[in-house]
Ligand binder design. Sequence first.
Ligand SMILES: [Fe+2]
Length: 299
Amino acid sequence: MTTQLLEASPLWPATLDHIRYDSPDPSRLADFYASAIGMTKTPLGASEFLLEGLSRSIVIGAGAAGQPFSAFALVDGDHLRRYRAFLEGRGVALLPSPTALFGNDAFAVRDPDGRLAVFGTRARPRPQAAGDGAAARLPGELQHVVVASAGFPAMLEFYAETLGFMLSDTVHQDAPGAHEGEVNVCFLRASEIHHCFAVFRAPQSRADHHAYETTGWNDLKLWADHFGTLEIPIWWGPGRHGAGNNLFFMIKDPDGNNIEISAELETMKKGQPGRKWMGARRATNLWGEPWIRDTPATS
Ligand SMILES: [Fe+2]
């Protein structure tokens, strides 16, 4: 790992701004996010919706279920120009931005799994007031997105070496004796927040989950009560991840996408080395059952 390069990466600081889900029934999925996650639903085009709250944005479009892009916001136009030049200097093919939320200078790159990573700055400001729904005022910043990958080594190399995300914690396969197993999970950051993106090794490349970061433990109770009112069950947690040390629980949307409500995600300085976790059990849940991504998806 070229640590010196990563410490100098012009990507820093960047944050996850929004993601897109495609759905066979985009209107139903959009209605779910409006009521469950407290977002306003705005048509962007034919069968395309913007779901947005004070600190959370998702684009939902028509298509086979999937998560075709993740969009990361840089500080300003000068930052974006420097990062673009960095990628051009490394021979990375730059593609048109697929999102209407970023300005004209935004661009995308295609990762080894075929998903786009989009880089830009906000052209369309976030709402200035919370909507009317029951969840609209619940704190929850769209903070990280995670993918599962059948091409894990190439994905790790692309995001950490080529794009310049900084490696936080890694999870290694259990291995006998003192041997260190292969890396199975990587958590990557572009600011002091432990991760805004992560990749899990899995039999199939697919969306894994996205997360809303709240202000503390009490928010998890408020969100769980809200989901309880809507009869949306928690399927994993509450627990505390080892990697990132955050409190969490997860629900599913109608397409089977996993949604995480999180609190206390740790911070790491630029250049600070991450931890190595041996085996996924405690890395994924210090309190109880882990979620091991070693079986094909059922949803
Ligand atoms: Fe997460």
